[in-house]
Design a protein around this ligand. Sequence first.
Ligand code: TYD
Ligand code: MG
Length: 454
Amino acid sequence: MGKVRLVYVCQSCGFSAPKWLGKCPECMEWNSIVEQRAERTKKRGLRVIETGKGPLSLTEVRTSPEARSRTGVGEFDRTLGGGMVPGSAILIGGDPGVGKSTLLLQTLSAYADKGKTVLYVSGEESARQIRLRAERLGTLPEDLFVWAETSLETIVEEIRERKPDVVIIDSVQTIFSDALESTPGSVGQVREISARLISLVKGMDVVLFLVGHVTKDGAIAGPKVLEHMVDTVLYFEGETAGAFKILRAVKNRFGSVMEIGVFEMGDSGLTEVKNPSEFFLRDRPIDTPGSCVAPSQEGTRTLLVEVQSLVSHTVFGTPRRTIVGVDYNKVILIIAVLEKKASLLFADQDVFLKTAGGLRVDEPAIDLAVAASLASNLLDKAIPPNTIVFGEIGLSGEVRSITRTEQRLLEAKKLGFTRAVLPKESLRAAPKIKGIKLVGVSNVREAVEVLFDE
Ligand code: TYD
Ligand code: MG
């Protein structure tokens, strides 16, 4: 009998090594490497696209007009870039309990209502549980087939026979294949299973949704290993307990990334938030120091978000910086610029900063609003409630121009704002919009003067 060969595989990124390591050299994760038996099956490689035809001139490649199928749930279709593309594989990641199963059951029920066949394969819940949930959501479409099954071979056979329009695998970590020796949920299994399913749907023009849990402890494989294999990666985020949830495209071969869909979780499932700006501003305190509204561009849509901060004297030791919704380092950098260029001292102050509603904003245009919010709370002077603030801040304190000025101003006008503090450079590109007064600033000191010295 041959000796069993062992390999050590990182459960977070799939890196494999001949000996055990405490820290993965690939993704720098600690304690993520687990001993596994080496697979004896022949390496098939990850053949995802049809091959064997040899190179073709681009003009010879035959195409069909890109037919997108809309589910009818607007926020979902928008995040996908305008609907589902047949033959594409979509990964939906997110923390356990955030609402991935609910989202898919609800949106694809709407799709099944149009007479399309949807196959929902669940390795986590029984068919009965899924029906109970569907009842709670108020949908029981006839063309939605639920199936509690975990064997890859059986699932593949069923897809071949039934030829559904959409297949949902919830979750990919629970599916196993007889041909593989590693345990279900390990990186090796997850990768091989996904590759098999993806190549199957590519040939059949079926839309495939793979659900993947994200966990930190590495007990089940993170969906990171799948990101390069699929066409679209969506993350569903939002505090598990919180009511509002964001569906975010982080990779999309068929649309814009940065695109987001906003949902609210209620007693009977998710409802779309059609006007998120209103939603994020609905409890905004008026005339309160530390609150500042900025227009942020998320994909094709502009959202108004409120940045809030609280600056208070440090009682002992090193000042604290607690930041939610904006990149930590960005805020530290803006604090340093405010100290050096606008003579506002934060060295003996604790700083707490968050975006209202917990929306994560990564856009440079938020910089000036972060600075304005911090300055406002430190100086204890409120920013007028009719004012929005946006612009990128450079290290020498300059306020740099940003894109899509017009769209941002229009969204602000729609919500009743009448004044905008923006980069001087952007003024040139900005069209005149009736009812909004534009104030251009070229550095942070000027911005602080404009906002608080009148
Ligand atoms: P679920 O969709 O099971 O999450 P995941 O598949 O990402 O693990 O999450 C459901 C959560 O949402 C659960 O905590 C209960 C809550 N929920 C509601 O608040 N209202 C509802 O109508 C439903 C179906 C679920
Ligand atoms: Mg689930």
